[in-house]
Design a protein around this ligand. Structure first.
Ligand SMILES: [Zn+2]
Ligand SMILES: [Zn+2]
Length: 722
């Protein structure tokens, strides 16, 4: 369950080509064209510094939240908290102006952008504030310096001249990832400027035949491309980056800054190779402590553990207060190939007075603490100790920590490693280049060489832990794999939990493999899968560290969001300060309150099927479901144009409904019925409305078949006049 939001290996590797985007007819498509043509695009408007109004001195009342905080933190820390509060509301109007001027001087980027409009985002230096050891009180409150109205860029006109500013409120708009697993994408909007956090996809459900992925609906961004000041990515899992190739060309404009960790960037870029027509992206690399000014948002990345390296929590300083997106995270004191959780740094961030915490909720229903990667390593090692034959480990392409562990163990136990599966190979290649995966030079062999190795000297790491039809494990199990067949003595490891909805397929696959005399290990038998997600104890610890005034759970099914909100209540965040919302709802935040607006933005599923993005909608999907359930039934009738009578007997073509040869009586009756309907319609010698006749055939034959079979195939009447 816990890994369910990391759909690492797309089961369908059919990758869309860009050429399909603008041509398909869905409402989601062709936006890049409806946005301004690239050559006409103006560079981002430089902010015209305005003199701030100057904040009024405010007496800070002790609120219910403060008293709750006091319980948690003790009064001494609270005093500091309020102190910082008062300092920020400096009575000197120039203090704010000065602050803003300093910020503007530090970052002349917007002006630069005006001077060099068409050269695209150049590689600009990114300040590393963490290196400056932010310790003094002044610096500690630095992140709050924006409590005064800042000279934020004025993005008040959309491309069409329509005002889009919502004033000096901060709006938080999740387009995906809430009330579902996957498809994570959240917008922060201030005074018209929009910052995008992540752009993921999700896998289709069992009721969506033929669909490859589902991506967020970005109708809200239509005509606002120029207002998008940046896109920042938390990590390289597809539920956070997977929609990039489908969305980026619709929001791209010169000067759009895109920032990610080196590994996330490498994974995105590798995937872009499958989509040759896309605009060339320049993704800036971020490290722990990197900050970037994106319009009114000042973003800082901070390292958090997950089950993939290069995972960042994101701190966003906005004119109304500080916001944190925790990304997917867990606290791990023994991670693989990366540093343990840096609590000192997290505490430093927590001291900056966090207005709103957006928290991962995926494992909010699971008590306790997530497993350390070290514990998983030990459990996996037991399998390596026991196995006398080949080990075939199925995992996600993106579960890089698990892949590394399997490589380590193979080396330790003298096994060569063969890797198979498109996404898995790609990711391992990217990671080896960046040294996120370490392996001896001669550890890897080709799949074709597996057979030549002694059984106890080989490990195969492959895709297919979710029972995906196209993935490697399924191919081995069904004897369709080019090089590999199971044999007695093999051990198969399903090293990830099952995504909800895939249980049945995985169960069948397991049974098939067991029938071939193979030993199967899966996560329910032993802890060989750590979700990369914080469980209840860690989630509460994060809340205690960040001490947010407002709280909003993200990432997860509705029940997970609610469970996460309950945890927030239990650490003392008042009920009124917590919002549980779903995709497309809009939350506004200021320093005093958080409000769920009545407004809703489009957040429906946009389905990707092969080359088509958004052209498969509800209706197509319903047809596919009907076809899948009861098949189809075509009645072809030939009419004599002169007499208006049916010529001969109607032809019937059917698939997936009944076996025609064994249903002669039913077919005969259907033919008679069809002739009857047509003759009745043409009998009166008036003009015949064939559309109505066909509709009549459709309804009556459908009802007739239902009374005979209790099935409702899709009935398609065809009438040919000759
Ligand atoms: Zn995720
Ligand atoms: Zn993740």
């Amino acid at each position: 369950m816990d890994n369910s939001i990391d759909p690492g290996t797309p089961g369908n590797t059919r990758s869309g080509q860009n050429s399909g985007f603008g041509d398909s007819a869905g409402k989601q498509t062709g936006q890049s064209r409806r946005f301004e043509p690239r050559k006409n695009r103006q560079p981002l408007q430089a902010p015209r510094p305005q003199r701030p109004q100057g904040p009024k001195p405010v007496k800070v009342p002790v609120t219910a939240f403060d008293s709750a905080l006091e319980k948690i933190l003790g009064s001494e820390r609270l005093a500091r908290h309020n102190n910082a509060n008062i300092q920020n509301q400096s009575p000197n109007p120039d203090a704010g102006a000065q602050n803003n001027r300093n910020l503007a001087q530090k970052n002349p980027r917007n002006r630069q952008r005006n001077r060099r409009p068409n050269r695209g985002p150049s590689r600009r230096p990114i300040h590393n504030f963490a290196a400056q050891a932010v310790q003094s009180e002044a610096q500690r409150t630095f992140a709050n310096g924006e409590t005064c109205p800042s000279p934020a860029p004025s993005y008040t006109k959309a491309a069409g001249g329509k005002p889009v500013s919502y004033g000096k409120n901060l709006r938080v708009i999740p387009l995906g990832g809430l009330g579902e697993v996957g498809r994570n994408m959240t917008l922060l909007e201030y005074d018209g400027a929009i910052l995008i956090l992540d752009m993921g996809f999700r896998m289709p459900g069992e009721d969506m035949p033929g669909i490859d992925y589902i991506i967020p609906n970005i109708d809200y961004l239509k005509n606002k491309a120029k207002n998008i000041v940046g896109v920042v990515f938390t990590h390289g899992h597809y539920d956070h980056i997977g929609a990039v190739p489908y969305i980026i060309d619709k929001i791209w404009h010169p000067g759009l800054r895109i920032i990610a960790s080196p590994l996330t960037k490498a994974i995105i870029m590798k995937r872009q190779e499958d989509f040759p027509g896309l605009p060339k992206m320049d993704i800036e690399e971020a490290d722990d402590g990197t900050t970037a000014d994106l319009g009114p948002f000042k973003v800082e990345f901070f390292r958090l553990n997950h089950n993939i390296p290069g995972n960042f929590g994101i701190f966003v300083q906005t004119p109304v207060g500080n916001i944190i997106d925790t990304s997917d995270f867990k606290f791990d004191s023994n991670p693989v190939n990366e540093k343990p959780t840096d609590f000192k740094r997290l505490n430093d961030i927590g001291r900056r007075r966090i207005l709103l915490l957006l928290s991962d909720s995926t494992d909010a229903e699971i008590p306790g603490h997530s497993l350390s990667e070290q514990e998983i390593f030990e459990n996996l090692e037991k399998i390596f100790q026991e196995s006398k034959g080949r080990i075939i480990a199925a995992t996600f392409g993106s579960l890089l920590n698990r892949i590394q562990q399997l490589i380590h163990l193979s080396e330790k136990y003298g096994r060569k490693v063969a890797i198979d599966g498109y996404s898995l190979k790609n990711n391992v290649e990217v990671c080896r280049q960046l040294k996120y995966i370490r392996a001896n030079k001669n550890t890897f062999i080709q799949m074709s060489e597996v057979d030549g190795q002694p059984d106890d000297r080989v490990t195969v790491i492959c895709t297919g832990a979710q029972g995906e039809a196209d993935a490697v494990l399924m191919k081995i199990a069904t004897r369709e794999h080019r090089f590999l067949r199971f044999k007695k003595g093999d051990s198969v490891i399903f090293s990830s939990s099952v995504i909800p909805g895939n249980e049945r397929t995985v169960q069948n696959l397991k049974d098939d493999i067991l029938r071939q005399g193979v030993k199967v290990y899966h996560y329910k038998m032993m802890d060989i899968h750590a979700g990369g997600h914080a469980r209840q104890e860690e989630l509460m610890e994060m809340m205690r560290i960040m001490r947010p005034k407002f709280f909003m759970p993200i990432h997860g099914q509705y029940s997970m969001l609610v469970a996460c909100a309950d945890l927030a209540r239990s650490v003392g965040i008042p009920d009124n300060n917590i919002v549980v919302i779903e995709n497309g709802q809009v939350v506004t935040v200021d320093q005093r309150q958080i409000t769920v607006e009545k407004e809703r933005v489009a957040s429906s599923f946009i389905m990707v099927d092969g080359l088509g993005v958004g052209d498969v909608g509800e209706i197509v999907l319903r047809d596919r479901q009907a076809l899948a359930h009861d098949g189809m039934f075509v009645v072809v009738t030939v009419i004599d144009r002169l007499t208006g009578k049916v010529k001969g007997s109607p032809d019937i073509i059917s698939r997936g409904f009944v076996y025609l040869r064994e249903s002669k009586d039913l077919l005969k009756e259907t033919r008679n019925k069809t002739v009857e309907i047509i003759n009745k319609a043409t009998g009166s010698n008036g003009a015949v409305n064939w559309t109505c006749v066909k509709e009549d055939i459709r309804n009556k034959i459908s009802d007739f078949l239902f009374t005979k079979t209790e099935r409702r195939p899709m009935v398609l009447p065809v009438v040919i006049e000759i």
